[in-house]
Design a binder for this molecule. Sequence first.
Ligand code: ADP
Ligand code: MG
Length: 698
Amino acid sequence: MEKVSDYFGCMVFDDRVMKANLSAEVYRSLRKTIDENARLDINVANAVAAAMKDWAVAHGATHYTHWFQPLTGVTAEKHDSFISPSPDGGVIMEFSGKELIKGEPDASSFPSGGLRATFEARGYTAWDPTSYAFIKGKTLCIPTAFCSYGGEALDKKTPLLRSMQALNKQALRILKLFGNNTVKCVRTSVGPEQEYFLITKEMYDQRPDLRFTGRTLFGAKSPKGQEMDDHYFGVIKPRVAAYMEELNQELWKLGILAKTEHNEVAPAQHELAPIYTTTNVATDHNQLTMEIMQKVAAKHGLVCLLHEKPFAGVNGSGKHNNWSLTTDTGVNLLSPGETPYENAQFLLFLCAVIKAVDDYQDLLRLSVATAGNDHRLGANEAPPAVVSVFLGDELNAVLEAIESGQPYSGVDKTVMKLGVNVLPRFNRDTTDRNRTSPFAFTGNKFEFRMLGSSNSIACANMMLNSAVAESLKIYADRLEGAEDFETTLHEMIRKTIKDHKRIVFNGNGYDDTWIREATEKRGLLNYRTTPDCMPHLLDKKNVDMLTSHKVFSEAELKSRCDIMLENYCKTVLIEANTMVDMARTLIAPAVESYTLKVARTAAAKKAVDENLACGYEKDLVRKLSTLTDRIAVKTAELEDAVAALHNEEDIISESNAVRDTLLPKMEELRLACDEAETLTAKSEWPFPTYGDLLFGVR
Ligand code: ADP
Ligand code: MG
């Protein structure tokens, strides 16, 4: 067995390969582009392209593609081969700097939310040199941003990169105020923990709901679920272990730092966590990870479910977005420092995050909103739909002491004065006990836990970065003009704590009393569904903030809001249609045929002895018959609800109708069918049950 260090990153055109294959001058110039965002000279691009092609061809690649993340939620690629005819009738392998930097895929089949009408059908992709190119199969993949011809973003990477730039700009202003002039760049880093389910391919194939929608639309509870807590961190089954081993190898080849893996709370549920890296790279890696999880599963006769809620009544899957700010000199700005001055700087960045989360609760909530994630948030397993920040008791006490001007007992009964007192050492282990908070400080990073397992992390991070950039901008504006830096700083931090402490909550986020307190006493937002929150993307305060930092244009925001709501409607619509189809062509016929069998049994018994009561059969036939009638009625009602959607005037009213009429009808149909399942012989049921699916991988 090869050592991991021998093959780690072998399919990546990373720094090691660049150094080895580029001239010193080209390498230096490219590094400047990567590290400092410097413009790339076309000669340098040509040299990089040539080296990239030679390296890729040596590794078996025949094609290249610009790899991008349109608003479909999955990645897109359009393969071009390197071959170019040579005069002697043969071919040579070619790849120019121009082809590396820019591509022109036809944008017309990707969602553009109206931007296409305003601009042009064509779009272009632009190389993101900060995310390394890699080989997948026989194709060299070049991470790119995807825009319309007018330069409007049609993807998730473009606004993410813009938000990183915005945050960098404001964070550098703050660092300068603290006398730090050596830092050239501040980046956000992310380590996304990814949850998923594994089921057997054989069972998956028998369930149209899983195949068409990624989740089970029917299914009675299995006798055993997750109540024993025996799966969490439990022994990993051999078949799953083999899967995880191959998954790790494939990820490591692509330079993805897959680090930990374990079983999750629900049966058949698992988690993979990578070591954190720069946000745009982490985003690319997470997209690749999800793709490879599914590919490797197929090789093992398994299917990897990334849906947020594949099984009702069983924990859903999320993605924890561990987020921090780091300088190019290696300092984590969310790590409490060693000196009073560093501590003051830490507290300022901490306050910037608290303020950002409070001011832009709506943006954070809507950045994770999808039809799938609506089943999770607030459903007693994931964080609630109310956004709040967990700080832990120690840090909370420090902030309270600053706010009140009272002594903090942790620091020798002295009054906390910023820039003078050393902060108490936080015990990192005590900061992460709260697993119910949507946004928890965990010692030197924040963990945003509201993301759904299939969400691209780009959306959450572009909102988070932008909101924090806005806090920092307000701070920097004030501090740059301040006469007395320290007093102003102290007052600003104090005011932030006072104004925004309502967002801080250190208790149990699953508790109903918290939801009441949050909404009634504290005035926090509680957007339970996607149609509830998404339109707020266009609230003036949000548009103003996002456009002022040049993360989005107003047109881009409008288009995104439309696309997200359209996605929501389409997702639920497909689910509704799948339910109608399954109820009518699989479930009702199965119940009917079983009813007939039971009725025939009664008739046969009567033929033997007409005095037999046949109470069991009669009762069952009556019950099943009532249920088939109800299934038929509910199916027809759901169909009518689907048809009525055509009358809705715009996407907002359509999405409201989907939430208010379609989803309840789907639930009613499901209830009737699930009840029928509990009364029908297992041998007659037309597809694998929850028990089969959840305990099927051995
Ligand atoms: P925990 O015990 O709180 O889960 P871990 O150290 O296991 O913490 O980290 C969980 C995830 O957080 C990992 O993906 C890890 O890479 C990531 N992480 C750790 N430090 C940082 C950081 N400074 N910035 C972003 N992510 C981080
Ligand atoms: Mg964690």
